[in-house]
Design a protein around this ligand. Structure first.
Ligand code: NAP
Ligand code: ZN
Length: 353
């Protein structure tokens, strides 16, 4: 089994540090990918720090992976060495249940396998993510990456992009819809770009006055400072659809009041939805929903949509060695708008066993 360089958290409280992991030998349907760029998602921090319950350590985070295929198993049809490839949050699922049959592997009824902080279905071995020099993934979970886009800025599409695209598509957002995105971070900035490209009228709710000009540059038509009660009151019953990326528990009531009749508030953060009073729902037949990344078919559709519309993330490229400082900056809300790790900074493969 090849040994490769990585960065890992050994427990919930110590910083990430260099670590070596083993990648499995290629199975007939496996694709081996040299990782070129790896995005840094807020979910990496939540999991590395066990904020969603006890994590599986050692943990190598990273689920926004772009790289080049270096080898394929004998049965692989869709990839060959030298091709660009992407890997997102999912690397396996049962492929058999009704959800998987519909291409909704993220809702696999037998439990999907995530790129890290998870266990392989058959071996039970820990899965290790993108903060590493290479990865081995079964073909069905590898995405085709368009050659036309800036590769380092494509990486965040594999989680941030699809997590915004999937609910926008599920609720059929398009021209004539008034959409609000809550939070201008990694997900939120993709939400603005994608909702605008789908033809919606887009508003950003932000806690950061300083991000207003950027929001307009990214494609928003309006910005509302969510801490301004007068502005929130003025926005009552104005939106068809709100997509919230806020990573911490907070009062949803001020946002719910801005939904019009039949409006939908979709959250993607694993938060406690405080303030969802029945009165706010029944008075305007409003709904609150959640949404989880996207399936493989839809992720490919999103990548192709982004290629067609020239959409990539706004990123800050960092070295692997800067990851702990990057986490601190993300927690302080200081990133424009996604960190991406240049995996060349990690150094190549360690000596094979
Ligand atoms: P991020 O880059 O840190 O952005 C989050 C944004 O939320 C911040 O930029 C900030 O925007 C706003 N915010 C932060 N704290 C806030 C607070 N207390 N109240 C109101 N707004 C606040 O994070 P991300 O990577 O986009 O991820 C966002 C959340 O989505 C995380 O919880 C992550 O785990 C989750 N996620 C879910 C899925 C899924 O499939 N469901 C996939 C990926 C990520 P402003 O400065 O504009 O206010
Ligand atoms: Zn993510």
């Amino acid at each position: 089994m090849p040994t490769v360089n990585a960065y890992a958290a050994q427990d919930a409280t110590t910083p990430l540090a260099p670590f070596q992991i083993e990648r499995r030998d290629l199975r007939p349907n496996d694709v081996q990918i040299e990782i070129l760029f790896s995005g840094v998602c807020h979910s990496d921090i939540h999991q590395a720090r066990s904020e969603w319950g006890p994590g599986l350590y050692p943990m190598v985070p990273g689920h926004e992976i772009v790289g080049r295929v270096t080898a394929v198993g004998g049965q692989v049809q869709g990839f060959k060495p030298g091709d660009l490839a992407g890997v997102g949050v999912l690397i396996d699922s049962c492929q058999d249940c009704p959800s998987c049959a519909e291409g909704l592997e993220q809702y696999c009824e037998n439990g999907h396998t995530t790129t890290y902080n998870s266990r392989e279905r058959d071996s039970g071995n820990l899965t290790f993510g993108g903060y590493s020099s290479s990865i081995v993934v079964r073909e069905e979970f590898v995405l085709r990456v368009p050659e036309s886009l800036d590769l380092k800025a494509v990486a965040p599409l594999l989680c941030a992009g699809i997590t915004m695209y999937s609910p926008l598509r599920h609720w059929k957002i398009g021209p004539g819809h008034r959409v609000a995105i809550v939070g201008l971070g990694g997900l939120g900035h993709m939400g603005i770009k994608l909702a605008a490209a789908l033809g919606a009228e887009v508003t950003l709710f932000t806690t950061s006055q300083s991000k207003a000009a950027d929001a307009m540059r990214l494609g928003a038509h309006h910005v509302i400072i969510s801490s301004d009660p007068a502005a929130m009151k003025a926005a009552r019953t104005s939106f068809d659809f709100i997509l919230s990326t806020v990573p911490t528990s907070h009062d949803l009531a001020p946002y719910l009041r801005t939904l019009k009749l039949g409006g939908q508030l979709v959250i993607v953060g694993a938060i406690d939805p405080v303030g969802v009073h029945g009165g706010l729902l029944i008075s305007h037949r409003r709904s609150v929903s959640g949404s989880n990344i996207g399936g493989l078919t839809e992720t490919q559709e999103m990548l192709d949509f982004c290629a067609e519309h020239g959409i990539v993330a706004d990123i800050e490229l960092i070295d692997m060695q800067d990851i702990n400082a990057a986490y601190e900056r993300m927690v302080r809300n200081d990133v424009k708008y996604r960190f991406v790790i240049d995996m060349a900074s990690l150094g190549g493969e360690a000596a094979a066993d």
